[in-house]
Design a protein around this ligand. Sequence first.
Ligand code: HEM
Length: 237
Amino acid sequence: MEKMPLEKTSNSAKWRFLITYGICTVFGLTMYILVLVWNTHFRGGFAWTSDIMLMMNWHPVLLILGLSVFYSQSILVFRLGRNFPKKILKLIHMSLNLIAFILSVIGLKAAFNMRTATGEQHLYSLHSWIGFLTVLFFAAQFAFGFVTYLYPGLPASIRAASMPVHRAGGKAIFLMGLVATATGLMTKASMVLPNYSEMSSEAYVVNFIALFLVVFSGLALYLVNAPAYRRIPLPND
Ligand code: HEM
């Protein structure tokens, strides 16, 4: 069989990557616009302490922004910026994760405040268990990654040995975020859509958020996983 020149193979892979990334971004942006439309147009917008229910609207808006939008870009950064030095990519990866974490904590605070204000039990639902564990694992992964790869940085042998665990852990937490969001959407829909089966326009918006999110997350995970798109180390990395 005739071998393809390396340059040509990587060039076609580059285009396939960019096209798939473009489609992934269209799904992600549409999903997030729907999240904003849902919470502003259908759920009344935002407030903090002045209105508990409007404060709760920050919860999905910030958690989806953090754990889906920012997190997806953070795990894709090594493939998107393949010609940048690894040091810079590590800093961008860390910064995007830090933003995702801060957004998630504020989003969680909104839900905890709402539960406290209504006098309800904390952390009893399946959604709250999965969601809370997702953010906990995210924090642990962040701390472990920071110490191992950034500061102070562990010896190269430990860094190399722990990299497969870091990669697998990162993808598993991304998937957990997807499950947390799906169960969150179902929980909220069962609370605010008593006539869900009548398929109001709000019901369509909620269902389409989930559908677009699944396609967006699936494509992001595909791009992260496919060996053809892995970053080839630069000479002075
Ligand atoms: C990755 C994203 C998410 C995480 C990590 C997460 C996490 C949590 C946690 C920990 C609680 C419990 C708060 C408490 O008991 O005091 C909670 C509550 C809640 N979340 Fe989320 N959430 C996420 C996304 C969503 C989304 C997208 C929605 C959809 C609107 C949503 C709707 C709700 C609702 C309605 C509650 C109160 C009912 C309950 O405790 O199950 N969540 N969330």
